[in-house]
Design a protein around this ligand. Structure first.
Ligand SMILES: Nc1ncnc2c1ncn2[C@@H]1O[C@H](COP(=O)(O)OP(=O)(O)OP(=O)(O)O)[C@@H](O)[C@H]1O
Length: 310
């Protein structure tokens, strides 16, 4: 079996490359490494490994966007195992799935490779978008968009305070929110929510660098969870924001959670959208977008017992 590291040199605002330059000196097994050159490159790289039919352990060296692209390329291939070394900014992938700590852990895994068959979410809107952790519209997506293109993020990352930037944009957005009406079609029922701040569809609990937005999500149950936050005052939203790190925000009546294999969402305005924290355009006004579990699975490295991961 070949081992391929895919390194996103811009992940973690360039810290991934620095981390790799140290990490590679600790590897004592044969491997291949490849750098990504542009957004979407990781998907193409993995697709070409998939087409070769060769058995491989692919280790994403980056953040959530890198892992999403790798898994989009690997989905459906039984001969590919996917692992990661957290080298991005938020690194929620490693909170919901297994992530290698160091080269020694990879070596241990290679002696007895155990994998878990995992879900991937997808939605269609002109093209198909895959998401591994979550995809959302509204407040959170607009913040992701602003955070990711922020010079402040780069500067704060240099002093290891990158997470602060998220909080700063939450405050900025509270002053000028763009709320919307949302129609949710789910399990044969249709519900309308007014004054919606955000709607997020999750495959795993974590989002936004450690926020437990969807505490009941499981990565291999064939289900996705929808979280809607609506009809809430700015002050209470801040309170809810403070509880999302522990997952206790779900007790507020303004936070709706539903579980299912498919959600059809329609909004009354053009609203910012993200996939795994990366900007993914705007969801169109009055056009229904279906979010569902893909028919294709992927195989995650399982370096602990399943009970310990969940
Ligand atoms: N060579 C490259 N140049 C520019 N962008 C790239 C390149 N390679 C990959 N990308 C893009 O970089 C984006 C950001 O990467 P990634 O999400 O892994 O890091 P991050 O944003 O720092 O971490 P996190 O998502 O965990 O906060 C990815 O969505 C990917 O499309």
């Amino acid at each position: 079996m070949k081992i391929v590291f895919i390194i996103n040199p811009v992940a973690g605002n360039g810290n991934a490359l620095k981390k790799w330059s140290h990490f590679k000196n600790t590897i004592s097994f044969p491997y291949e490494m490849v750098l990504t050159h542009f957004p979407g490159d990781a998907t193409n790289l993995v697709k070409s490994i998939k087409e070769s039919g060769e058995k491989a352990l692919i280790i994403g060296f980056g953040g959530d966007g890198t892992l999403r692209e790798i898994i989009a390329g690997a989905a459906g291939a039984e001969q590919l195992m996917i692992g990661s070394i957290a080298a991005g900014s938020g690194n929620d992938f490693g909170r919901g799935f297994c992530s290698f700590e160091d080269a020694v852990e990879i070596e241990k895994f290679l002696k007895q490779p155990i994998t878990t068959k995992e879900d991937v979410g997808e939605f269609h809107n002109g093209e198909t978008y895959q998401f591994v952790s979550s995809s959302g519209i509204g407040f959170d997506a607009e913040i992701s968009f602003l955070v990711n293109r922020s010079n402040l993020k780069k500067w704060l990352n240099k002093i290891n305070a990158g997470k602060l930037v998220y909080l700063l944009y939450v405050i900025k957005m509270l002053v000028r929110p763009k709320k919307f009406s949302l129609i949710v079609e789910h399990n044969g029922q249709k519900q309308i929510y007014e004054d919606v701040w955000l709607a997020t569809v999750s495959n795993q609990p974590y989002f936004g660098g450690g926020m437990k937005i969807s505490p009941n999500s499981k990565t291999d149950d064939g289900l996705l969870e929808l979280t809607v936050v609506h009809r809430i005052s700015r002050l209470k939203l801040l309170l809810v924001f403070g509880t999302v790190f522990t997952g206790s925000h779900t007790r507020f009546k303004e936070v709706i959670q539903k579980s299912g294999a498919e959600f059809r969402l329609t909004v009354d305005d053009s609203i910012f959208r993200h996939v795994d924290g990366d900007y993914a355009g705007e969801t169109p006004k009055d056009e229904t977008v279906s979010y569902a579990v893909s028919k294709k699975y992927w195989y995650a490295v399982n370096i602990r017992k399943k009970e310990e991961i969940k």
